[in-house]
Structure formats: structure tokens, C-alpha cells
Design a protein around this ligand. Sequence first.
Ligand SMILES: [Zn+2]
Length: 86
Amino acid sequence: MTPASRPAMHLTPRCGARTRSSAPCRAPAVRAKRRCRMHGGAKRSGARPGNANALKHGFYSAAAKAERRQLGARIRGWAKQVRELG
Ligand SMILES: [Zn+2]
């Protein structure tokens, strides 16, 4: 007998991924996820936002990248204006 909070394994939700033979994966999904441990259910998505443990110079920080993006957009805007002036 299993407790109600942990239903028998064969009754738990299945992973919905397709296997390499295109058949559906029948492994149990990771708890509260929709995929099994082999199909990404156990995946963590890297460091938490704001983690600075490996920060050396910040060239690739989100703020620095956004700043470079904005600067590039402004330069492209000026270049467009110059082109339009003939
Ligand atoms: Zn699976």
C-alpha cells in the first residue's frame, strides 16, 4: 500500500516526449514536471539571476550587453539618417 501523497509509480503522469523511434516515452515524469529525468524534467537552468561568483569585468553582463545593443541601434539610426540625406 502506498500513501495517497505518493501514488503507485504506474499511476503517475507519464513523460510526453517522443523517443528516437518516435514512440512516446513511457517513463514517469519528474514530480510536478511534464517530462521524465531523461527528457529534461530534471534540468536546472543554470545559475540564478544575479549570480556574480564568476564575474571578472562585466563585459558580458546583461546591463553591458543591453548598453552595447542600444548604442548600436543609435549608430544604425544615425547611419540611416545620413543615407537619407543623400
Ligand atoms: Zn521521457
